[in-house]
Design a protein around this ligand. Structure first.
Ligand SMILES: CSC[C@H]1O[C@@H](n2cnc3c(O)ncnc32)[C@H](O)[C@@H]1O
Ligand SMILES: [Zn+2]
Length: 427
């Protein structure tokens, strides 16, 4: 049956807000917007007193890291990864990844996220979770070759390329893949070359951590900056998207702009790990597509994209020393249209012919009163818990706060148990 989102106001791609109903056809596309008569065939979804926004796009993360939320806080990136995270991840099996990803899905759907990017291990199990929960994603096997012998490094590269080929288009097309070297300095040059060539052959994009901390700045030990190195190897491209982009020279910003490489800003993770202040305003001024991501729940510590919008606006002003930098409309765009564009996924806009990936935000809270400016509210005052309904690909995943594709109590129980067991095995 067609879905009719009735009685609400909608956020248009130009960030104007208007009173309108939205009809979604049985293929999951928006086919009409306006004052629409409900027909007998329509399945109504009440949006009275609410704002209908594009579903939020989480442009960088590691879903199953929900299992490590609150496990090793208050450390800088390298120590955190090497002393705590990587030893514990080595204990995670495919069923742990599925349990962690389900927990992430509960959190994302409840807070209006409809699409996300994921770099991790055991991708087939993640794809199953995406299939069953109804979300949309761009996924890839994260490759790290430092500390591995040649054979193990080659096997990791093979796995990333095989996964990229096998799962592209899975879950009725909601899953797309990418080739995901962890970062220029954690993958050797030969492996990076194979990954770039393999992504090109398979016609899938590349995604990697980029210039996150000072330790990222001499990837091959020759003193060549990561921007020049990544550009020379072909990592920078108009289909690629780079996470973090904190420590960037003017030349690196120009290279990102010239190649059309998007950047996913991860403000909470950058603050928590004290990675630095990303030059978001300069990137946007240079014409780089800047999206938003939570990173994993262990460095955030939640997956609420409303938090990310607020953090990005706040820290963007601090970084630019300018209260007018990274305004509300910019972060709303980063969390919606720019996210979809960076990941090469459909969505991010409420318009006829677009896929119906939507979040319906209840505006009745005291913290959203008065209604001077609803774009301001989305950026600065709304919370994930204000989301009433979440729709992805025309399917209702959250209706009046109730998850329709997951049993949250069971998901939490299993994730809690598996997280505790993994940490015990690692200690
Ligand atoms: C090889 S799979 C992905 C890999 O990335 C790790 N990770 C999580 N957060 C960050 C971050 O902020 N910078 C770099 N790497 C990160 C994650 O634990 C996985 O091992
Ligand atoms: Zn990350």
């Amino acid at each position: 049956m067609p879905l009719l989102v009735t009685g609400g106001r909608i956020l248009r791609p130009d960030h104007t807000v208007e009173r309108a109903d939205v009809r979604i056809d049985t293929d999951g596309y928006i086919d009409a917007i306006g004052d629409l008569e409900q027909t007998e065939r329509d399945q109504p979804l009440d949006a009275e007193g609410s704002l209908v926004t594009p579903g939020l796009v989480n442009g960088h993360g590691h879903a199953a890291m929900t299992l490590l939320r609150g496990y090793a806080d208050d450390k800088p990136l390298d120590a955190w990864l090497q002393e705590d995270i990587w030893p514990t991840e080595a204990e995670l099996g495919p069923e742990d990844i599925a349990a962690g990803a389900r927990l992430a899905a509960v959190e994302m759907i409840r807070s209006g996220t409809t699409a996300f990017a994921d770099m991790y291990f055991h991708v087939p199990e993640l794809v199953d979770v995406i299939d069953e929960t109804g979300l949309r994603a761009r996924v890839g096997h994260g490759v790290v070759t430092v500390g591995k012998d040649e054979e193990a490094a080659a096997a990791d590269v093979d796995e990333a390329l095989d996964i990229a080929a096998e799962y592209d288009g899975a879950a009725d097309g909601r899953v797309r893949t990418a080739v995901m070297p962890h970062a220029p300095h954690t993958v050797d040059t030969e492996s990076l070359e194979r990954l770039v060539a393999g992504a090109d052959e398979r016609d899938v994009p590349l995604h990697f951590h980029f210039n996150e901390t000072e330790s990222y700045l001499d990837p091959d030990g020759t003193g060549e900056r990561p921007g020049a190195y990544a550009d020379r190897l072909g990592l920078l491209d108009d289909s690629s998207w780079a996470a973090h982009g904190v420590h960037l020279t003017g030349d690196e910003i120009d290279r990102l702009a010239d190649t059309g490489t998007a950047v996913v800003h991860c403000p909470a993770s950058n603050m928590k790990l004290a990675s630095g202040l990303a030059p978001v305003e300069r990137l946007r001024e240079a014409g780089v597509t800047v999206a938003l991501g939570t990173d994993g729940a262990a460095s955030n510590n939640d997956l609420d994209m409303f938090d990310e919008m607020r953090d990005a606006a706040m820290v963007g002003k601090l970084a630019a020393d300018d209260a007018s930098a990274v305004p509300a409309s910019a972060v709303v765009e980063m969390a919606t249209r720019a996210g979809a564009d960076a990941l090469g996924l459909p969505g991010g806009r409420i318009a006829e012919g677009e896929p119906a990936d939507l979040a319906v935000v209840d505006l009745s809270g005291a913290h959203l009163t008065p209604e001077h400016d609803l774009v301001s509210h989305l950026a600065y005052a709304a919370r994930g818990s204000d989301v009433r309904h979440t729709v992805c690909d025309g399917e209702v995943l959250l209706r009046d706060g109730e998850l329709l594709t997951l049993d949250p109590a069971a998901v939490k129980r299993e994730a809690d148990e598996r997280a505790r067991e993994a940490v015990e095995r690692a200690s």
